[in-house]
Design a protein around this ligand. Structure first.
Ligand code: PEP
Ligand code: MG
Length: 587
């Protein structure tokens, strides 16, 4: 009998593309919610510490067990390794033991307090990627807590029917038990695009919508749901009409994806024979595999901030070198563009290293920070030059706003090479040097900056923020964050023209480069290389193959006459709508 239920649409974040339709299966974690505080007698403290250590050991054994069974090529293996490392981390493990001993309290309470303090540090960060790393600490702590309290474990491996998982959140350990034969997709209340749940969903290539907030309070076991990972929509109790519509969309999307992925490895060559490099942006070294599997021509942006995060010290040269070398070797002979440290602004690291700023986006950020901390910068520059000996490395300086900064950065690079020479360490100095063009002053000074670099890389995320005075992280003004604003288009044209006149290359690694309907414009402007989220690569390659570069060059003249972002968009749609995908994942 048909249930008397109304169709409900829930809007979340599209974490992994694809569409699935099926019965909901709730994954509830029990037993770790209520934690009590109690005192431990001095003579019982060693026992309490021991109890904590056993719970940590049990968590470690569980993770190792899962890792052993995980196929190596799965991206999320590295997340489990991160969790293993966190189990030994001073800030988590060390601090808990210290607290038990110093405050004579039970292990559960110490763990809860330490995690809550760490979460507070993460919460102050505005960069979504870094912010979501707090989920790792919480998930690791949840596991230890479960073992401390003997609570029940979520057993995803035991699921017997084909379902869609509905959870408040899923840990990497839980998601790695997902059996692709049984689980069609998953949705969670928590998380964002850059959360590990999202990363894993993409590596498993199953549809996922995260950040739904109310999924677990609205959806019950066996409810029929549709998950649209392309748009971030979940439909509960769909009507017959909606079901038919989504069955059709699902078939279309799957056919489309099969075709573009098959073609993904082939070069992106326009109908008039112009070849463009389509590269991947990565934050974690392990993401290099996604770039390869989606047919990326190299790494156009390696954001190196991640290694500096979640610690009270700075990573040393050797530690940085090891990570860079891994990426460079895997990618060789394809290029890896290592961007030097871009912390502060929206990428605050932690309270101990950095001071508070009233206006961080305009503060001691990126290259300004590095020039003020020469030792931190020098360690990174040396690590990059050493890694360059193992493949094809380019170096990229972020947030360049003056000629002086670029000269200083280059001078430091020379000094790094000289010191490596003196130390007798293998390195390569003859690498391409680039400047991020993401501050309006750099656009205006592009002809001068061009004298000091081999390439420009346009960072539209910041360029739009600084040129239009729109905080890139503020949802109140998000509707004004328009890459097609005529002011932005004119700036892009200026940078591309200057690069051509000075015989240097111009790349783009901001989000604008990974959006299909911007591609006719970027080709018309003469951007030489585009870099984006790895999953978007096949789609963008497909669009490039359908375009004629000579036509886009004439088209650009018309775009430049537009006076609003809306009219520019309409013009692109009217001219190129038929070749642009309706499955726009990155939007
Ligand atoms: C940009 O600003 O466009 C960019 C690519 O850098 P980030 O997003 O890391 O600031
Ligand atoms: Mg930037």
């Amino acid at each position: 009998m048909k249930k008397d239920t109304k169709e409900i649409i829930l809007k979340g974040i599209n974490a992994s593309p694809g569409i699935c339709i099926g019965k909901a299966y709730r994954v509830d974690r029990e037993g770790v919610e209520v934690v009590e505080k109690y005192q431990i007698q001095a003579h019982d403290l060693p026992k309490e510490v021991n109890r904590f250590e056993s719970a940590v050991k049990k968590s470690r054994d569980e993770l190792l067990g899962i890792l052993e069974k995980s196929p190596e090529e799965l991206q999320h293996a590295h997340i489990l390794e991160t969790h293993l490392a966190l189990l030994k981390d001073k800030m988590l493990y060390g601090r808990c033991i210290e607290m038990i001993k110093q405050e004579n309290i039970n292990a559960e309470w110490a763990l809860k307090t330490v995690v809550s303090n760490l979460k507070d540090i993460f919460e102050t960060m505005t960069d979504p990627y870094l912010k979501e790393r707090s989920a790792d600490v919480v998930q690791v702590a949840d596991n230890i807590m479960r073992n401390l309290m003997g609570a029940e474990k979520v057993n995803i491996a035991a699921i017997k029917k084909r379902v869609i998982l509905v959870a408040h959140d899923l840990t990497p350990a839980e998601t790695s038990q997902i059996n692709l034969e049984r689980v069609k997709g998953f949705i969670t209340d928590r998380g964002g695009k850059a959360s590990h749940t999202g990363i894993i969903a993409r590596s498993l290539e199953i549809p996922a919508v995260v950040g739904l907030k109310t999924a677990t309070s609205t959806i019950h076991n066996d409810d029929l749901i549709i998950v649209d990972g392309n748009t971030g929509i979940v439909i509960l109790h769909p009507t017959e009409d909606t079901l038919v519509q989504y069955e059709e969309r699902k078939i279309n999307y799957e056919e489309y994806k099969a075709v573009i992925t098959r073609e993904g490895k082939a070069p992106a060559e326009s109908t008039d024979g112009v070849r463009l490099a389509v590269m991947g942006n990565i934050e974690l070294p392990e993401e290099v595999f996604a770039v390869i599997s989606y047919g990326g021509d190299g790494i156009g942006l390696y954001r190196t901030e991640f290694q500096y995060f979640n610690r009270n010290d700075f990573p040393g040269e050797d530690e940085l070198f090891d990570k860079y070398k891994d990426v460079v070797e895997v990618m060789a002979p394809k290029p890896v563009t290592i961007r030097t440290l871009d912390i502060n602004g929206d990428k605050a690291v932690n309270n101990r290293i950095l001071s508070e700023e009233a206006n961080p986006a305009l503060g001691l950020r990126a290259i300004r920070y590095c020039l003020k901390k020469p030792q931190v910068f020098m360690d990174q520059l040396r690590a990059i030059l050493r890694a360059a000996a193992f493949g094809n490395v380019r170096i990229l300086f972020p947030m360049i706003s003056t000629y002086f900064e670029l000269c200083e950065a280059n001078r430091m690079l020379d000094r790094a090479a000289e010191s490596l020479e003196k130390d007798g360490l293998p390195y390569k100095r003859d690498i391409q040097i680039g400047a991020m063009i993401e501050v309006p002053s750099a656009v205006i000074m592009a002809d001068v900056l061009a004298q000091k670099v081999d390439f420009f890389s346009i960072g539209t995320n910041d360029l739009i923020q600084y040129a239009l005075a729109i905080d890139r992280g503020n949802e109140q003004v998000a509707h004004l964050f328009q890459p097609l604003d005529p002011a932005i288009i004119r700036m892009l044209k200026h940078v591309a023209d200057v690069a051509r006149e000075n015989d240097i290359k111009v790349f783009m690694c901001g989000e604008m480069a990974g959006t299909p309907y911007h591609i006719p414009l970027l080709l018309g402007l003469g951007i030489d290389e585009l870099s984006m989220n790895p999953q978007t690569i096949p789609d963008i390659k497909r669009v490039i193959r359908a375009l004629n570069v000579a036509d886009t060059r004439s088209f650009i003249k018309e775009v430049l006459t537009q006076t609003t972002a809306r009219s520019a968009f309409k013009l692109i749609k009217a001219t190129y709508g038929s070749i642009l995908s309706e499955h726009v994942y990155s939007e």
